[in-house]
Every structure is written in C-alpha cells, then in structure tokens.
Design a protein around this ligand. Structure first.
Ligand code: NAP
Length: 336
C-alpha cells in the first residue's frame, strides 16, 4: 500500500513508500484511509519541533477519515462499512485528561494517517458525520474539537460574543460553532478579503489586525463597550495582551495556540482586576468529540476547506500551511 514517510526532519525528507498491509489485532479496526487534513502540529513534526519521543521514519499527519474494512474479535464500536475519523488523543475517552495519556497521539509519536490502510484501537476512532465526505470529515478531529471545547468550556450561549484570531482552521470552526450557539462573532484577520469571507460565514464584525495592531480597544467597542465574553486564543505571546484588552470583566480566554510565540508577558493588573479566566485548552475527550459530531450532524454544518491536495502533494499542502494564505482547512484526498 502507498504511504508517505518522514525519513528525517524537513520537507525534503517526505517520501512515498510501499508498506505492507497491516492486520487488525483483537481490539483493532482496519481502516481504508480516504482523506487527511493538516494541522500546525503536523508541520511541527515535519520540521523537527515536536519533542516527546518521535522516532523516524514515521508516517506523518494526525487527522484522517475513511471506511472500516475489518474489525478484530473484541471490537464492539464499529463494523465493516462504517465511516470513521481518527481521534487524535487516542487514550482520552471521557472525563478529565490524565498525565499518563498525554503522549498517545496519532501522527507523532504514534504513526499518522498518510497511508492507505491503517489499524487503530477502536477508541482511537470516532464515527464520521453522515452528511460529510471523507475529505470534509478529515478536517474535524483536532481543529473542530479544539474550537468546540473552547466554547463549551466558556459556556458560550445565545447573545454572548466571541473573539476569533485569524481565519485558520480552529478560528473558522469556532466561528461556525459560535453561530450555532447564537453568539456574536468578531473575527480578526490580516486580510480584508478574508474578513469579507468570514462575514459571509456569519461573522458580525471583522477587524484587520495588520492595520490596527492595538485591536483590543476596537473589539471592546464592537462588543458594546464591555468586551467579549470569550477569546479563542490561537496566537499566544503576540496577542495575549490585546486579548486581555478585548475581554470583558469575568471573561474567558481559551489559550490553545502559539502561532505568535510560546513565551508571553502578561499585564497582570488586567488579569486580576478584570477577574479573567485564562484556561489552557488541548483538544478534548472522545466523549466530547462525539457530542460535537452529533451537533454537526444535527445542524448540517460543513467545514470550510481552503484547498484539497492529492496524495502525492503533501509537500505543496505544507507549503501553503506555512505561507499562511489559507482560509480554513487544508485537506488531502487520497483518491486524487
Ligand atoms: N491546543 C490544541 O488542542 C490545539 C488544537 C489545534 C490547533 N492548536 C494551535 O492553534 C494555533 C492555530 O491552529 P490552526 O490550525 O487554526 O492554524 P492555521 O489554520 O494555520 O491558522 C493560521 C492563521 O492564524 C492567523 N494568525 C497568525 N498570526 C496572527 C496574529 N498575530 N493575530 C491574529 N491572527 C493571526 C492567520 O489568519 P489570517 O490569515 O486571517 O491573518 C493565519 O492564517 C496553532 O498554534 C496550533 O498549533 C492547538
């Protein structure tokens, strides 16, 4: 079967190889993988920035979707013909995360999805929403679940407001989920064109952060003066101070990304006097993922996909991801 392996760190070392077809163990499910999608962590793996015991060569990319071909004798969750996605934090089934489950991640250190056939533990897979194609479903596991979890943890509800930083995968899912919850969405982007596209998706306000680097005050103004109820903080060090300016008293900042750096300096007086809740978010449990899938199915939500690449075009997909021109998710269609 065709697979892509990373033989050494760096884009030049992604190579197509022929691997033997795997056989499922008693608790495993054999999946024909039909599509994948990229997340920033996939780039960190390829670039050698992902720590935690990655050994080479490795099949990269965490998120995929496909069809169940065969199940092991002890598998109860799936049957042949079921359409599934991977579930990236492959030990976190329900409740709170435990430290001993932290390293169990598909796409490094565990093998990823860029292979036509793969066996997964039955709890490392989730049912794909019935109305989505495999390419669409492959965009869900990391980006959608993270966006879902921020709004869920912040208890965002009708009439509240949410700030989204940029128009990447997580932010656009957060925009769609904010709309599902009846919340107002304020979106930042470096591109006026992308802001118009975000408004077409339901954003109430768009602010160009490249033109207005001190956007915190503009966000407060746009939210009626009090500040937003929640911020989906995908950027980190470069934006946390402005996010604190933008959030309301007793508001919530879901800190989940570091596109703008990992070491932040915080105006603590704002954190304290505004009684802000700063909450780290790192995806969520399988139980939460299944709740998200039910909501996506009930509402017919369709992920925003920027471009779809062929199996042999993973390098081009990574180049677009790192160039930052995308709007929403980048996907790989194994049949193309
Ligand atoms: N904790 C978790 O569980 C988790 C899960 C998923 C992702 N993440 C992290 O979250 C971050 C975002 O992931 P993603 O998949 O959404 O990435 P992405 O799709 O690559 O998003 C990139 C977008 O972020 C925007 N951006 C970059 N710098 C910005 C800045 N200074 N201010 C405002 N927006 C800025 C840009 O939007 P414009 O082009 O519109 O300007 C850019 O296109 C990454 O750090 C990723 O590792 C964490």
């Amino acid at each position: 079967m065709r697979a892509i392996q990373l033989a050494a760190f760096g884009l030049d070392h992604l190579q197509q190889v022929d691997l033997p077809a795997p056989r499922p163990g008693p608790n495993e499910v054999l999946v024909r993988i039909e599509a994948a999608s990229l997340n920033f962590r996939d780039w960190m793996l390829v670039d050698g920035q992902l720590y935690r015991g990655v050994s080479l060569p490795i099949v990269p990319v965490s998120d995929g979707a496909g069809t169940v071909l065969e199940v092991g004798a002890a598998v109860t969750r799936f049957k042949p013909g079921d359409r599934v996605t991977t579930f990236y934090k492959s030990r976190w089934i329900a409740g709170a995360m435990r430290p001993e489950w932290e390293g169990a991640e598909i796409g490094g250190p565990e093998p990823g999805v860029m292979r036509e056939l793969a066996c997964f533990d039955q709890y490392s897979l989730a049912r794909a929403p019935a109305h989505l194609s495999s390419v669409q479903a492959a965009t869900l596991p990391i980006a959608a679940l993270t966006a879902w979890q921020v709004l869920e943890t912040a208890h965002i509800t009708t009439g509240q407001s949410v700030l989204l930083l940029g128009t990447g995968g997580v932010s656009l899912f957060a925009l769609q989920f904010a709309r599902l919850r009846g919340a107002r969405a304020i979106v930042l982007s470096s591109s006026d064109d992308k802001l118009e596209r975000a408004k077409a998706l339901g954003a109430d306000v768009g602010i160009n952060y490249a033109k207005y680097p001190q956007w915190g005050a503009l966000v407060r103004e746009a939210s009626g003066g009090a500040g937003v109820d929640a911020v989906v903080e995908t950027v980190g060090a470069a934006t946390l101070a402005q996010s604190l300016e933008a959030v309301r008293m007793h508001g919530f900042i879901g800190v989940l990304g570091w596109l703008g750096g990992m070491e932040a300096t915080l105006p603590l007086a704002k954190v304290v006097l505004r009684r802000v809740r700063l909450q780290g978010i790192s995806v969520a449990s399988l139980e939460e993922h299944e709740r998200m899938v039910a909501a996506i199915e009930a509402t017919g939500l369709a992920p925003v996909i920027d471009r779809v690449y062929g199996f042999g075009q993973l390098r081009e997909a990574f180049e677009r991801l790192t160039a930052g021109g995308h709007f929403g998710k980048l996907a790989v269609d194994f049949s193309a």
